[in-house]
Design a protein around this ligand. Structure first.
Ligand code: GDP
Ligand code: IMO
Ligand code: MG
Length: 420
């Protein structure tokens, strides 16, 4: 049996915290897509830890963590992160496995990401520059190198061949940075990676399911950044939605039970691209300040706005969401008035659908106002103790999107979550 936790917005919904909260109920936590563009924040022993490659179950002693075939893996980030978790007494050689089919991010993928963004100028995606797009392009282009290839004696030859191809591309793009130091750390990290547990991920996960183990698939990014269903081209390069669980781990659709979709009580986006409810005023600034909305991977300020129920309902539809987890509800504690987007005005015409191409249209949100609860909720432990106005806000959202909120997160801490 497999359950999934994934983001319903443009990423950074608080998936890391939620996976960490649910992890004790599962045997295996498996990342199924994305790479070090992800930044999942957890608090362990009161200390903040941001995970990019390692699944968010790593701090639970009885949980096994799998990096699935759908992930793109940067050995340098992985090594650094393994050292961080080792500082908490976690030995990844005991509780982490990597699929042999997982594609590697090479130093030249990072260079290509940078060169591509420079070439796009004002139209840039706002990529995290971690090499994600180029690595997935080499996967679908059938050129990429996989973790299993590290065991092949010809790995270095294959690496040099691909590097040469990349170098020609970089030359044609006028990219001149010296990547020799990146390569030195890459090969150092490759040696480290060779010492970790590499497994046949698809058998590993399916045999575990047959043996009755419970698997939690951990998504990265968010549904609106999905390569097929997001705000293309301002998206990431993988399927961040439920279908990605099947491809990214090798599990069949009928094995998937609950799909837990995570949404903030408002909305943020980092990087370029359409964001209909974005606030460019003092309210947006206040959300950023109170929500501490700065990227966990790049430190960039996140764009902030009200919750977008059109996008949220769409994400629930695409993912088959069975439960919604609402995070950062406490960030709204101080707002006297809240707004939610209930329709888009697309070139002046009202619509309840996410358009095919958001960038070529003038999209204005139709907003409905709610009175805020103006109460500090960060210490609340029981649903009965949540302010009535918050319950009204959540009830309206439940009805609009057609799925119920099952948990409300009211602070970044592990214990700051209320079961509805
Ligand atoms: P992820 O990428 O979806 O895992 O989310 P990030 O870690 O990038 O961003 C979420 C941020 O919100 C992190 O700094 C979390 O510590 C924080 N966070 C998560 N849940 C809550 C919550 O309920 N309230 C508050 N105030 N912060 C939260
Ligand atoms: P988590 O897992 C928020 C955004 C980037 C950029 C676009 C493409 O922490 O929620 P990429 O590096 O994939 O080429 O960037 O996607 N992006 C994220 N935004 N959270 C993330 O991950 C993101 N990963 C990528 O800002 O706009
Ligand atoms: Mg994040």
């Amino acid at each position: 049996m497999v359950d999934a936790i994934l983001g319903l917005q443009w990423g950074d919904e608080g998936k890391g915290k939620i996976v960490d909260y649910f992890a004790p109920q599962y045997d295996i936590i498996a990342r199924f897509q994305g790479g070090p563009n992800a930044g999942h924040t957890l608090y362990v022993e009161g200390k903040k830890v941001v995970l990019h490659q390692i699944p968010s179950g790593v701090f639970h002693p009885h949980t096994v963590n799998l990096i699935g075939n759908g992930v793109v893996l940067d050995p340098v980030t992985l090594k650094r992160e393994c050292e961080t978790v080792a500082g908490f007494g976690v030995d990844v050689r005991k509780n982490m496995f990597i699929s042999h089919r997982t594609h590697l991010i090479l130093p030249t993928h990072r260079a290509l990401d940078k060169a591509s963004e420079l070439q796009k100028g004002n139209d840039k995606i706002g990529s995290t520059l971690k090499g994600i797009g180029p690595a997935y392009m080499d996967k679908t282009g059938r050129n990429g190198l996989r973790v299993g290839d590290l065991l092949d004696k010809n790995f270095t030859t294959s690496y040099i061949r691909l590097r040469l191809k990349h170098q020609r591309m970089l030359d044609s793009m006028g990219f001149q940075e010296d990547i020799t130091p990146w390569e030195e750390e890459f090969f150092d990290a490759i040696e480290f990676l060779r010492s970790l547990n590499v497994v046949n991920g698809e058998y590993f996960i399916n045999e575990s399911i047959v043996a009755g183990k419970k698997v939690l698939a951990e998504g990265a990014q968010g549904s609106m950044l999905d390569i097929d269903f997001g705000t293309f081209p301002f998206v990431t390069s993988s399927n961040t939605t439920t279908s990605g669980v099947c491809n990214g781990l090798g599990v069949a659709p009928q094995k998937i039970r609950d799909v837990m979709g995570v949404t903030k009580a408002y909305c943020t986006r980092v990087g370029s691209g359409p964001f209909p409810t974005e606030l460019h005023d003092a309210v947006g600034e206040e959300l950023r300040k109170l929500g501490n909305e700065f990227g966990a991977t790049t430190g960039r300020p996140r764009r902030c706005g009200w919750i977008d129920l059109i996008a949220l309902k769409y994400a629930c539809m695409i993912n088959g969401v069975t439960k919604v987890i609402m995070t950062k509800a406490d960030v709204l504690d101080k707002f006297e008035t809240l707004e939610v987007c209930t329709a888009y005005k697309v070139d002046g015409k009202e619509s309840e659908c996410v358009p095919f191409q958001m960038t070529r249209h003038q999209i204005e949100p139709v907003l409905r106002s709610f009175q805020g609860w103006s109460t500090d909720t960060t210490e609340v432990k029981k649903h009965a103790d949540l302010p009535v106005k918050m319950k009204e806000y959540v009830d309206y959202i439940n009805k609009f999107i057609g799925v119920d909120v099952s948990h409300i997160s009211n602070g970044p801490g592990r214990d700051q979550i209320v079961i509805v």
